[in-house]
Design a protein around this ligand. Sequence first.
Ligand code: COA
Length: 271
Amino acid sequence: MTSSDTLRLLDFSPDHLPGALRLSQQVSWPHRAEDWALTLSQSTGVVACDGDRVVGTALMSPFGDVATLSMIIVDEALRGRRLGRKLMTAVMDQAADREMRLIATSDGLPLYQKLGFEITGQIKQYQGTISQAEPELAVEEGSTDLDQLAAMDLEATGIDRRDLLGRLCAEGTVLQTDGGFAVLRDFGRGKMLGPIVAKDVPNARALLAAASQRHVGGFLRIDTPNPDLGSFAETLGLAHVGGGTCMVRNAKTQHVTTTFQTFGLVSQALG
Ligand SMILES: CC(C)(COP(=O)(O)OP(=O)(O)OC[C@H]1O[C@@H](n2cnc3c(N)ncnc32)[C@H](O)[C@@H]1OP(=O)(O)O)[C@@H](O)C(=O)NCCC(=O)NCCS
């Protein structure tokens, strides 16, 4: 029998990815090894190990003065013994005095509230087999102007994710209108459209419609804070399958979105 006192907390390294993947599969999250690796490439973190077996994970992704915390999972056999709290405390220490953001599941919400996180909003997850729509605005494919994309993303999120965006653009397809951009890429069970950064709903709709043309009949997911884009996703055959609660601790940025807003997350892990 495992006692939580006998578990070791170690720095999260790529060697831990197979064990981490086992845990996310145990909670029916769709991440592939590649999805874990992408998040880890932007992060430090900790694992709890019982011998060689990974029984808990937590990641912290620093973006300047802000950190996103994610992939907080405890093996179901070991829950309720304060291991989740230990993992969270370890990554909060790594985040130091940064603003900390996360997207909570209903399992995680009580723990995060106890640790001083406050609710700031909700996101909804839509997914399914996508049917085709005609974009109502012109959409171009394949922008390579990373500075421009990073500037739009910075306005929308208040954080500089240039390095992350560079990786996403290299792996996926960049779609761009006069008023926004999105990246269509492999994730989980099929493809994810994210981030979706746009000036307004018509631009976000056009980006989603353009994605539908490129992936018609395939499995697509978006995670959106915007009800109008969610309703449009439903007209394309995507179903609302869940979501999460946006939370923040140690909020510093008086972030006011001016021109660009987030219509779709990169992922629940990376915001
Ligand atoms: C969320 C999760 C990591 C918590 O792990 P855990 O080891 O069971 O949590 P802990 O035992 O450390 O509990 C931490 C605190 O939250 C409280 N708590 C945990 N679940 C709770 C619940 N459902 N309702 C009320 N309080 C709860 C505990 O009482 C504890 O409080 P305390 O430290 O003051 O006693 C675990 O449930 C899990 O892996 N869930 C599936 C994956 C997931 O959804 N992760 C969250 C992603 S955002």
